[in-house]
Design a protein around this ligand. Structure first.
Ligand SMILES: *[C@@H]1O[C@H](CO)[C@@H](O)[C@H](O)[C@H]1NC(C)=O
Ligand SMILES: *[C@@H]1O[C@H](CO)[C@@H](O)[C@H](O)[C@H]1NC(C)=O
Ligand SMILES: *[C@@H]1O[C@H](CO)[C@@H](O)[C@H](O)[C@H]1NC(C)=O
Ligand SMILES: *[C@@H]1O[C@H](CO)[C@@H](O)[C@H](O)[C@H]1NC(C)=O
Ligand SMILES: *[C@@H]1O[C@H](CO)[C@@H](O)[C@H](O)[C@H]1NC(C)=O
Ligand SMILES: *[C@@H]1O[C@H](CO)[C@@H](O)[C@H](O)[C@H]1NC(C)=O
Ligand SMILES: *[C@@H]1O[C@H](CO)[C@@H](O)[C@H](O)[C@H]1NC(C)=O
Ligand SMILES: *[C@@H]1O[C@H](CO)[C@@H](O)[C@H](O)[C@H]1NC(C)=O
Ligand SMILES: *[C@@H]1O[C@H](CO)[C@@H](O)[C@H](O)[C@H]1NC(C)=O
Ligand SMILES: *[C@@H]1O[C@H](CO)[C@@H](O)[C@H](O)[C@H]1NC(C)=O
Ligand SMILES: *[C@@H]1O[C@H](CO)[C@@H](O)[C@H](O)[C@H]1NC(C)=O
Ligand SMILES: *[C@@H]1O[C@H](CO)[C@@H](O)[C@H](O)[C@H]1NC(C)=O
Length: 816
C-alpha cells in the first residue's frame, strides 16, 4: 500500500488520496458493504484485502480489434510528447468535446457531441424518443434501428463520438432527474437496450459512449461544492458518494455496462460522483480492476465534463481522456488549464508518469477510431454547430479549427417517420375501460391541458415552460427541435377526416378554476382528451412523482362532467396516478418523451392505427412514499465528506423491492394493455450444454468478461397467440427465481431474464425463445469473486408482466 500511496500523493491533486480508497472484496467472507469511509486512514490501512488496482492494464485489441490496434500503434509512434498530451486532453472548440487535429500526421481531430436522443448542438437534426421511451417498446430491433439512425446523423454532422447511451442512472430512485435519459429500472432490460443502441450507433460508423460509469443514481450533489463562488478552488463538500456492496455493484449497476463492453463499445464515460469514497473518474478498482480487467474493456475511459479531479492519480487509476479539458464542472474555466494537458508533459518529463501509460491511453482512443473506419472519408464537422455551441463559444477557443464543408447540413433523412412509429410503439396503455379506446370516429372532442399544444414561450431546446407539450427533458440530454408535432395539431388533423368538432382549453389554471361544463358548447363531448406533463432535467432530482402544473386537479375538473376522459402523460418517468381509480377516467396512456413526432405518435394509438404494445420499464406504486431508495437530498453536517448515499436497499430496487415485500402496486413492471388479447402456452426449456458446473470455466477474458458467462445454456420457449380480433404485439417476459437455500440472502424473488416482442395477426401463434446465458442464471459470489449458478431448482415464470405470470417450470442446471 505504502508505495502506491506515496506515488499517488506525489500527483497533482486535490483528492489524490481517494484513489487509494477503492472498494473490492477479494477474500471477504461476509456480505457487508465493502466500501471504506473516506479519508479514514485507519480503515484504509486495515483494508489490506482491497488494495488499489494498479497499474492500468494495456489494451490488447482482443475480441476483433487487433488490426485496428496495429494501425493505432503505428499512429502513436509518430507522435511527439506535446502531441500525445493533446490526444488525451479536450479543449474548447466547435463541438461539446474536442480533441485537436494534428495536421502533421493527417489526423483531423475528434468531435464529441451530446447526447442520448439527438445530436443536440446542431441544426436540421432529428429529436428522437428518449431512452425511457425507447425502452418502453421492449423491442430489440427498434432499439437497434434508433441507434443506427442516431449514428447516421452524428456521422453526417462530422461527430465521431456519440455521448450515449445511458445505463447510469439505472433508476435506483424513482426521483432521479436523469432516469429518462437511461432505459429501465432493471439491469437486464437496460443491458439489452445498451447493447442494441451501441451496435446501431457503431454500425453507422460512430463511436458510442456508455455512461455514466458508475453509481450515478442521483443529481443532488453529484459534484463537489466549493468554498468560493464558481466551480474551482477549495472544496467545501465533496460530491455524494454512492456506497454499495460488491454483489449489488455486479448484479444491478455493472450488469448493463457489461453488455456495453461485450459489444465493443468504443468508450465509457466515468461519472461525476464518488463511488465507495473515491471519485468515479479516479477509482482504480472500478476502472482498472472491474472495467479493464474483469470486463476486458479495450476502449477508453473519458471523464464526464469536469468530472476529473486529479492528474496523475486519475491516469494511474485508468482514466484515459480528460473532458472537456478545462477545470470546473459547470461553467468551464478554460484558462485554468487541465489536470491532464501540460501536467502530462511535466509528469512524463519528471518521471512521475510512465510514457507507456500515455501511449496506452492514445491506443485505446485510436483503436476504435480505426476499427470504425473513421480515418476514411469521415465528414467534416458541420460549421453551423460551432455557432450553436454555447458550451465553448468561439471566444473561448485556444486552438485553431479549420471548419470546412457545407454548413447547416440537413441530416434528418426520413427519420421523422421512424420517430413517429417509435413513439407509437412506445406508448403504454395503462387503463382502458368501457371500450374507450381506440376512438371510433368521435364527432365531438374536447382537448385539455398545457401539454397539448405548442411551446408558446419559445426556445428550441425543451425547457420547463408552463405551455407546450414535452417531447424531451432538459440538460445535455435534450435535443434542438427543428419542428414539433403537438398532440393538438395531430388531433385536429385526424379529427378533420371525420368532420369532428375539436374544442380545446390549454390553460390549467383556467380549467381548475372553472366549471368545465361552462367551457364547452353545445353539449358534453364524446371524449375528453387530457394531456399532462412532468419535467425532469440534468442537475436536479425530481421533487415529487405527481404530474406537474396541477395535472391531478385538471383531471378532477374534467371528469366532473365528462364520463369518457382519456388521460395522456408526457413524463420523464414514474408518475403516481391517483386518478386511475376515477370511473370517468376511461383510459390512461403513458407516452413519456416521444421526440419530434409526439402528436402523430399518440394520435396513431388513440385512433387505433397502431395497437399499443408498450410495457412499463418500471413500477407505478400506489403512493410515492412506497418507493424505497430515495436520493440523498440533504445532509445536516458540514464535513467535507458528509455526502454519503448508502445503497443499503442492495438489490431491492423497483419490482425487486415490491415483490420481496409483497407490496401492492398500481401498475407493475412489465405491464401494458393492448386492443387485442393474448394467451401463452407450452413453456418448455431445452438445455444446450451438458455437465453444467456452478462455476464458469476459466476462459481468457474477452470484452464483456469471461466468455463463459455469455454462453447460452438453455433455450426456453413458449407459444404466444393473438386471441382477439385485431393485429397487435405483445411482450412475453421470462423471470427467474433462484433456490432460496443455495443463494445468499437478499436474492430477489424474481428477476427479468428474457423478453421477446411478438407481432401477431388475429388467431396467429408464434413460438418465441428466451436464450438463457450463464450470467442470467448466476449470482455474484463475493467470496470466490465469480458468477455462480446455484445448486438446485431454478424456477422460470413466464407472463405478460412481472405480476401477470401465466406459466411456470423449472430447470436444474446443477444438482443440489
Ligand atoms: C476510522 O476507523 C476506525 C476503525 O473502524 C475507527 O475506530 C475510527 O473511529 C475511524 N476514524 C474516524 C475519524 O472516523
Ligand atoms: C504496457 O506495455 C508497455 C510496453 O509498451 C509495458 O512497458 C508496460 O509494462 C505495460 N503495462 C502493463 C500494465 O502491462
Ligand atoms: C457568492 O455568490 C452569492 C450568490 O450569488 C453572493 O451572494 C455572494 O456574495 C458570493 N460570495 C462571494 C464570496 O463572492
Ligand atoms: C496542472 O493541474 C493543475 C491542477 O492541479 C492546474 O491548476 C494547472 O493549470 C495544470 N497545468 C496545466 C499546464 O494545465
Ligand atoms: C511531476 O509532475 C507532476 C505533474 O505535473 C507533478 O504533479 C509532480 O509534482 C511533479 N513531481 C516532481 C517531483 O516534480
Ligand atoms: C488549417 O488549414 C491550414 C491551411 O490549409 C493549414 O495550414 C493548417 O495546418 C490547418 N490547421 C488545422 C488545425 O487543421
Ligand atoms: C390562465 O387562466 C388564468 C385564470 O383564468 C388567468 O389568470 C391567466 O392569465 C391565464 N393565462 C394565460 C397565459 O392566458
Ligand atoms: C362522472 O361524470 C358524470 C357525468 O357524466 C357525473 O355526473 C359524475 O359525477 C362523474 N363522476 C365523477 C366521479 O366525477
Ligand atoms: C356518459 O355521459 C353521456 C353524456 O353525458 C351519457 O349519455 C352516458 O349515458 C354516460 N355514460 C355513463 C356510463 O354514465
Ligand atoms: C401516501 O402515503 C403518505 C405516507 O404514508 C400518506 O400521508 C398519504 O396520504 C398517502 N397518499 C395517498 C394518496 O394515499
Ligand atoms: C436533518 O435534520 C432534520 C431535523 O433534525 C431531520 O429531520 C432530517 O432527517 C435530517 N436529515 C438528514 C439527512 O440527516
Ligand atoms: C430458441 O428457440 C427459438 C424459438 O423456437 C428459436 O427461434 C431459436 O433459434 C432457438 N435458439 C437456440 C439457440 O436454439
Amino acid at each position: 500500500m505504502a508505495p502506491v500511496m506515496s506515488k499517488l500523493l506525489s500527483g497533482l491533486l486535490l483528492t489524490s488520496i481517494a484513489a487509494a480508497q477503492d472498494f473490492g472484496s477479494g477474500g471477504r467472507n461476509d456480505d457487508d458493504f465493502s466500501y471504506v469511509q473516506p479519508l479514514n486512514t485507519t480503515i484504509l490501512t486495515q483494508y489490506g484485502s482491497s488494495p488499489a488496482v494498479l497499474p492500468s492494464p494495456n489494451i490488447t485489441g482482443v475480441g476483433g480489434w487487433e488490426d485496428a490496434m496495429a494501425k493505432a500503434k503505428a499512429f502513436v509512434a509518430l507522435l511527439t510528447l506535446e502531441e500525445k498530451k493533446d490526444m488525451v486532453t479536450g479543449t474548447s472548440g466547435p463541438c461539446v468535446g474536442n480533441i485537436i487535429a494534428i495536421p502533421r500526421v493527417g489526423f483531423p481531430g475528434l468531435c464529441l457531441q451530446d447526447g442520448p436522443l439527438s445530436i443536440r448542438v446542431a441544426d436540421y437534426a432529428s429529436v428522437f424518443e428518449a431512452g425511457v421511451t425507447a425502452a418502453s417498446t421492449w423491442d430489440r430491433d427498434l432499439l437497434y434501428e434508433r441507434g443506427y439512425a442516431l449514428g447516421e446523423e452524428f456521422k453526417a454532422k462530422g461527430a465521431h463520438i456519440f455521448l450515449g447511451p445511458v445505463a447510469g442512472p439505472l433508476g435506483r430512485s424513482a426521483y432521479s432527474g436523469r432516469n429518462w435519459e437511461g432505459f429501465a429500472a432493471d439491469p437486464y432490460l437496460t443491458g439489452i437496450a445498451m447493447q442494441e443502441t451501441i451496435k446501431g450507433v457503431q454500425d453507422a460508423g460512430v463511436q458510442a459512449t456508455a455512461k455514466h460509469y458508475i453509481g450515478n443514481e442521483q443529481e443532488t450533489q453529484r459534484n463537489p461544492t466549493f468554498l468560493t463562488n464558481g466551480t474551482t478552488g477549495e472544496v467545501d463538500q465533496e460530491a455524494v458518494s454512492a456506497n454499495m456492496d460488491d454483489r449489488t455493484f455486479h448484479e444491478l449497476y455493472l450488469w448493463p455496462f457489461a453488455n456495453a463492453a461485450h459489444v465493443n463499445c468504443a468508450s465509457f464515460m466515468c461519472s461525476y460522483q464518488r463511488l465507495n469514497g473515491s471519485y468515479a473518474c479516479q477509482n482504480s478498482k472500478a476502472l482498472n480492476g472491474v472495467l479493464k480487467t474483469e470486463l476486458g474493456f479495450q476502449g477508453y475511459v473519458m471523464s464526464d465534463w469536469g468530472g476529473t479531479h486529479a492528474g496523475v492519480a486519475a491516469i494511474e487509476s485508468g482514466l484515459d481522456m480528460d473532458m472537456p479539458g478545462g477545470i470546473g464542472a459547470y461553467g468551464m474555466n478554460w484558462a485554468a488549464g487541465s489536470f491532464f494537458g501540460g501536467n502530462i508533459t511535466q509528469g512524463v518529463n519528471n518521471g512521475t508518469i510512465d510514457i507507456s501509460r500515455v501511449d496506452d491511453m492514445i491506443l485505446r482512443i485510436m483503436t476504435p477510431y480505426y476499427f470504425l473506419g473513421q480515418d476514411k472519408d469521415f465528414p467534416t464537422v458541420d460549421p453551423s454547430g460551432a455557432d450553436l455551441n454555447t458550451f465553448s463559444p468561439r471566444s473561448t477557443w485556444i486552438h485553431e479549427f479549420n471548419l470546412t464543408g457545407e454548413s447547416s447540413r440537413d441530416v434528418r433523412g426520413n427519420h421523422g417517420e421512424m420517430i413517429r412509429r417509435h413513439g407509437a410503439e412506445a406508448t403504454i396503455l395503462l387503463k382502458n375501460v368501457n371500450n374507450a379506446l381506440p376512438l371510433k370516429a368521435p364527432k365531438s372532442i374536447a382537448v385539455f391541458g398545457n401539454d397539448a399544444g405548442d411551446d408558446t414561450q419559445g426556445y428550441l431546446n425543451q425547457v420547463d415552460f408552463e405551455y407546450g407539450t414535452l417531447s424531451a427533458g432538459g440538460g445535455s440530454g435534450t435535443g434542438r427541435l427543428t419542428y414539433l408535432i403537438t398532440p393538438l395539431d395531430a388531433v385536429k388533423t385526424r379529427a378533420a377526416k371525420d368532420n369532428a368538432l375539436v374544442q380545446y382549453w390549454l390553460n390549467n389554471t383556467l380549467i381548475t378554476s372553472s366549471e368545465v361544463s361552462d367551457l364547452w358548447i353545445p353539449k358534453t363531448p364524446e371524449v375528453c382528451l387530457v394531456f399532462l406533463k412532468t419535467w425532469a432535467e440534468e442537475g436536479a432530482d425530481r421533487a415529487h412523482l405527481e404530474v406537474d402544473w396541477d395535472g391531478n386537479e385538471v383531471v378532477e375538473s374534467v371528469t366532473k362532467y365528462c364520463n369518457n376522459t382519456v388521460v395522456v402523460t408526457h413524463s420523464s418517468g414514474i408518475n403516481v396516478l391517483p386518478f386511475a381509480d376515477n370511473p370517468n377516467v376511461t383510459a390512461i396512456l403513458a407516452a413519456h418523451y416521444p421526440g419530434q413526432e409526439s402528436g402523430n405518435s399518440i394520435v396513431d394509438v388513440l385512433y387505433g392505427d397502431v395497437n399499443p404494445s408498450g410495457r412499463l420499464p418500471y413500477t407505478i406504486a400506489l403512493n410515492g412514499t412506497d418507493y424505497n431508495a430515495p436520493p440523498t437530498t440533504a445532509v445536516n453536517t458540514t464535513g467535507i465528506d458528509d455526502w454519503q448515499s448508502w445503497f443499503d436497499e442492495k438489490l431491492e430496487v423497483d419490482y425487486r423491492y415490491f415483490d420481496a415485500h409483497n407490496i401492492s402496486v398500481r401498475y407493475e413492471f412489465g405491464y401494458g394493455l393492448s386492443y387485442t388479447t393474448f394467451e401463452m402456452t407450452d413453456l418448455s426449456s431445452e438445455a444446450l450444454a451438458t455437465d453444467i458446473t456452478s462455476e464458469p470455466e476459466d476462459l481468457p477474458i474477452l470484452p464483456g468478461g469471461n466468455p463463459a458467462l455469455w454462453e447460452t445454456l438453455y433455450n426456453v420457449t413458449l407459444t404466444v397467440t393473438n386471441t382477439g380480433d385485431v393485429d397487435g404485439a405483445t411482450v412475453p417476459q421470462l423471470y427467474v427465481s433462484f433456490p432460496e437455500d443455495t443463494t445468499p440472502s437478499g436474492t430477489p424473488p424474481r428477476q427479468l431474464r428474457g423478453f421477446s416482442k411478438a407481432f401477431l395477426a388475429p388467431g396467429e401463434s408464434q413460438k418465441v425463445g428466451f436464450e438463457l446465458m450463464r450470467r442470467d442464471i448466476s449470482y455474484w459470489d463475493i467470496i470466490s469473486q465469480q458468477w455462480l449458478i446455484p445448486a438446485g431448482d431454478i424456477t422460470l415464470s413466464a407472463g405478460f408482466s412481472s405480476r401477470d405470470l401465466k406459466l411456470v417450470s423449472k430447470i436444474t442446471p446443477v444438482a443440489a
